[in-house]
Design a protein around this ligand. Structure first.
Ligand code: NAP
Length: 248
């Protein structure tokens, strides 16, 4: 079976690192992004240099029409999806709960919870043996924040990842008999541009002394776990979590 992977938010960070590793593993790759077309094209060039067939698709994962368009393009240009990485995510400025606006809360929940559920919906329609599919594997990119709660930083973000964890367990059991495995990774402090969104681009370096392993993680270290969970090497794992928090 051809391996066709959709990676949301693959223009940079953990998603881009996963695309590079997927190229080495022989996947055909859909690089999704929301705004940064140039960055997505740089990842496209890199995966093509590694010999992978790939496309970029702009889509906001929290809007179903755009998710429908994304999966239709994958059908037409790469083939039936066999792997989905729900990686796109966002966070607001460091704040206490009493300062959070409704706009911010809705954006976090739409991007980090509704988006992955919508993408999983369209993947399951294609993967499930119930619908004539040949199975597949889904990995949700959660966070150790789901366990720790991120007090005085971004409790809303942590809550969104808690919802993603519950979704991982529920969906895994719903489709376990239909050839689909659903798992999640929970990264800790990883060196990416993500932290600029919360107002401190150097956050990981500043917090390294609080991490038991004494350093932040690299996007490629998260990608390794994602690609393993997607692979047949993890064939009996579903509804599980791999924490990549350096001991946090
Ligand atoms: P990043 O460098 O900020 O990349 C985020 C990616 O998501 C970008 O490609 C961005 O696209 C895309 N994106 C954001 N909103 C989107 C939307 N609505 N629709 C489609 N794409 C969207 O972040 P990262 O650090 O790699 O994080 C990736 C995932 O890991 C997130 O789910 C995050 O919560 C999780 N995580 C990160 C850390 C960490 O320390 N970095 C820790 C735990 C969990 P554009 O560039 O086009 O806007």
């Amino acid at each position: 079976m051809e391996k066709v992977i959709v990676i949301t938010g693959a223009s940079r960070g953990i998603g881009a690192a996963t695309a590079l590793l997927a190229a080495r593993e022989g996947y055909r790759i859909c690089i999704n992004y929301q705004t940064d077309e140039q960055a997505a094209h740089r990842v496209l060039e890199q995966v093509r240099e590694l010999g992978a067939e790939a496309i970029t698709v702009r889509a906001d994962v929290s809007i179903e029409d755009e998710v429908t368009h994304l999966f239709n393009r994958v059908d037409a240009e790469l083939g039936r999806v066999t792997a989905l990485v729900n990686n796109a995510g966002t966070v607001g400025q460091k704040s206490r709960v009493e300062e959070m606006s409704e706009f911010r809360l809705l954006k976090i929940m739409k991007t980090n919870v509704v988006g992955p559920i919508l993408c999983a919906k369209h993947a399951v329609q294609r993967m499930s043996t119930l619908h004539g599919g040949q199975g597949g594997s889904i990995v949700n990119v959660s966070s150790v924040a789901a366990r720790l709660g991120s007090p005085s930083e971004y409790v809303d973000y942590a809550a969104s990842k808690g919802a993603l964890d519950t979704f991982t367990v529920g969906l895994s059991r719903e489709v376990a008999g239909e050839g689909i495995r659903v798992n999640a990774v929970r990264p800790g402090y990883i060196h990416t541009d993500f932290h600029a969104l919360s107002g401190d681009p150097d956050r990981v370096s500043k917090l390294e002394s609080t991490i038991p392993m004494g350093r932040g993680g690299q996007a490629s270290e998260v990608a390794e776990a994602i690609i393993w969970l997607l692979s047949d090497k993890a064939s009996y794992s579903t509804g599980t979590f791999v924490d990549l928090g350096g001991g946090r």
